[in-house]
Write a new protein. Structure first.
Length: 202
């Protein structure tokens, strides 16, 4: 998994509440187990009409937001069914940070496992950032310092220390296990060298 430290890019505002995972990546695109190629289907029903033409009014289809790296969204982002394809689609499109007042638990956890940073801020700050996003501005995010800066305004955010460690070091579930490789190898060596005796027959 790619590490996340600092990020600077265009921020797009999608202020709807309760955007579910089926809206993020519809179920018909879940057949693949590949993490690439899903970006073109991100928010498919919002980005394309029935003839598969881009809907010009949707924020991610307009310049400069088509190059967005961050989304500021409404409350309860990522609700609905569990699917890791949602963060895969976001990353493949180029988005690696979501800002909202709250996230659905499963989506929130899946973000950290796939290199996406979900930031929770209070409603007033989210509204401020959303208004600034409409101007097509860039935002800078520093995970180490737990802060984001947009138009010289600085906002601090909280994050679980363990999840922060995993993102900074690019550790998914496999990477976390491999952090303990020396301990695991030592245990396996002891296990393989142990002499097993058959119980004596009575």
């Amino acid at each position: 998994m790619k590490s996340f430290n600092k990020l600077t890019g265009i921020i797009a505002s999608i202020p709807q509440v309760n955007i579910d995972t089926d809206a993020i990546i519809p179920k018909q695109f879940l057949k693949t187990i590949e993490r690439t190629g899903l970006g073109k289907h991100l928010f498919h029903e919002k980005r394309y009409d029935q003839n598969n033409n881009l809907i010009k009014d949707f924020i991610l289809n307009k310049q400069p937001w088509s190059q967005a790296k961050i989304i500021v969204a409404g409350d309860n982002f990522g609700c609905g069914s569990s699917r890791e394809h949602a963060p895969w689609a976001l990353l493949d499109f180029g988005i690696s940070c979501i800002i909202s007042t709250s996230f659905a638990d499963i989506f929130y956890n899946n973000c950290f496992k796939n290199g996406v940073l979900p930031i929770i801020l209070n409603e007033k700050i989210v509204d401020e950032i959303s208004m600034l996003a409409e101007q097509g501005v860039e935002i800078s995010i520093d995970l180490e310092e737990q802060q984001l800066i947009v138009q010289n305004k600085l906002y601090k955010f909280e994050i679980d220390p363990y999840r922060k460690h995993c993102l900074l070091n690019g550790l998914d579930d496999i990477g976390i296990t491999l952090e303990n490789k020396k301990t695991i190898d030592s245990y396996e060596e002891k296990l393989s060298s142990k002499i097993w005796h058959k119980p004596e027959s009575l």
